[in-house]
Design a protein around this ligand. Structure first.
Ligand code: ZN
Length: 456
């Protein structure tokens, strides 16, 4: 009798699920991913006001959909990254340009003409320097070099995000590189024009104030869909996640400097939001679902690491993590299909595959799926022994981490179909008796990962 009841319940749930899935439309997908990847978000860089605004916007979507806060009073799991406080109002800069035996001097006014963009070890100098424009091909190489020998002066338009972010007293994230010389921004239009066919030799007499240590606050956004009251598994959680940060503004390519991160990972974030909204309208699940949008992924999985190091709930209650990464640009012939990282390590991929098959889809193999198992937020959970995989429905395209990763290049019908199918996957994870489990190969990987951790 109980089984019969269960069957009836399940079939009712399937009908409701199909009806809710149908409400995930191309229009809602396009609007959500379009907002996240718009130029106004400036590429959702870590520590930027635009990423903070995106966090508020996500929390608002969850609230409106009727989801619950995990901890009372907040939609956020907060953590911080080490940063430095620097003061653009305290910079002095006198630039000398020499062409042949002619030289001219230019004194720049702190804050108005010159701003400090990156900290330095020394506080003053009188030495030759490099002057570059934002679209200079050598600039990126200089900025990412392990150490710089000369100060770098970048000429930027007033409208550029770098110029605006460097205003007054401001915090910057501490870079892993050994920054040794300052990086200063000079407002475009002040430097003398470059003569044709002749090199300018530049030197800088500069000083900056000492940088102070300061934490840069970061927020993961979380929303809870509680399990039904009488559920036998209401202590267990399924996490559905994606990262909402990207790499922000960078070197211009074809006049565009905003890395929109449409596919990476505005598409995954869109899936998390639309799934939360759809599932909030369905009968409560057997296991709790925690929807998480992570920050700091592009800085080294830092949001998910922070979550797992200071978890807002006991980690042993999380039985599976479905992390969604880049589902907007399928390889040719693979529309509507997906692949799972580390698919051979647990029964998670076969659960996804069966759910996809319900609507005529399925999983495909991807040549780099095992390497990528360690390259996204799922891996922070793997380190804690939790069955966690990333699901992707795309390719590693040439627009990856480029300003050209734009909404216009997404395959919206494909993405819509994938998100609808992810609703079936999530439901399968919350309703089935058995939680997903590592297999022998997975146990081996786990041993290696956790062994490495102990050695460190
Ligand atoms: Zn990503």
């Amino acid at each position: 009798m109980r089984d019969l009841c269960r069957l009836a319940c399940l079939s009712l749930l399937t009908t409701v699920a199909a009806a809710q899935a149908a409400k995930i439309t191309e229009k809602s997908v396009r609007e959500t991913v379009g907002w996240l990847a718009a130029d106004e978000r400036k590429g959702r860089g870590s520590g930027t006001p635009e990423l903070a605004a995106a966090g508020d916007w996500l929390a608002d979507r969850f609230a409106k959909a009727g989801l619950k806060q995990l901890s009372d009073g907040s939609w956020f799991h907060e953590f911080s990254l080490p940063g430095l406080l620097i003061d653009s109002g305290a910079v002095t800069l006198k630039l000398t340009s020499r062409v042949g035996d002619k030289s001219s001097e230019l004194e720049l006014v702190a804050g108005r003409d010159v701003r400090q963009w990156r900290p330095s070890d020394g506080l003053k100098g009188d030495e030759s320097c490099t002057v570059a424009t934002m679209d200079d091909p050598v600039l990126q190489r200089l900025l990412t070099a392990r150490s710089a020998r000369r100060p770098i002066i970048i000429e930027v338009p007033e409208t550029h995000a770098y110029w605006q972010q460097a205003k007054g007293l401001h915090t910057v994230l501490e870079e892993r590189r050994k920054a040794s010389r300052p990086v200063l921004l000079v407002r475009k239009g002040l430097l003398p024009p470059r003569p044709k066919h002749r090199e300018i030799e530049w030197s800088a007499n500069w000083s900056v104030a000492a940088a102070e240590r300061a934490d840069v606050p970061q927020r993961n956004v979380m929303a809870l869909l509680p399990a039904r009251e009488d559920s036998d598994l209401k202590k267990e959680y399924v996490v559905v996640s994606a990262h909402y940060d990207h790499i922000g503004v960078g070197r211009a390519k074809n006049g565009d400097s905003i890395n929109n991160g449409a596919d990476d990972d505005a598409t995954g974030t869109t899936a998390v939001v639309l799934l939360a909204e759809a599932m909030a309208k369905m009968p409560a699940p057997r296991r709790n679902i925690l929807f998480i949008c992570f920050a700091g992924e592009e800085r080294g999985l830092l949001g998910s690491k922070a979550f797992c190091e200071q978890p807002p709930l006991p980690l042993d209650q999380i039985v599976a993590v479905l992390n969604v990464e880049m589902i907007g640009r399928p390889e040719k012939g693979n529309a509507g299909k997906a692949w799972v990282t580390g698919s051979g390590y647990s029964d998670f991929a076969s659960i996804c595959d069966r759910a996809f098959q319900k609507t005529g889809g399925g999983l495909v193999e991807f040549r780099m799926a095992n390497q990528l198992f360690m390259a996204s937020d799922n891996f922070s959970f793997v380190r804690k022994g939790i069955v966690a995989h990333s699901l992707s429905a795309g390719s590693l395209h040439p627009d990856y981490h480029q300003p050209s990763d734009e909404v216009e290049k997404l395959d919206i019908p494909h993405m819509t179909q994938i998100i609808r199918r992810l609703l079936d996957v999530t439901r399968e994870l919350t309703e089935r008796d058995e939680a997903p489990a590592w297999n022998k190969q997975g146990e081996e990987i786990l041993k290696r990962v956790q062994g490495q951790r102990k050695k460190r």
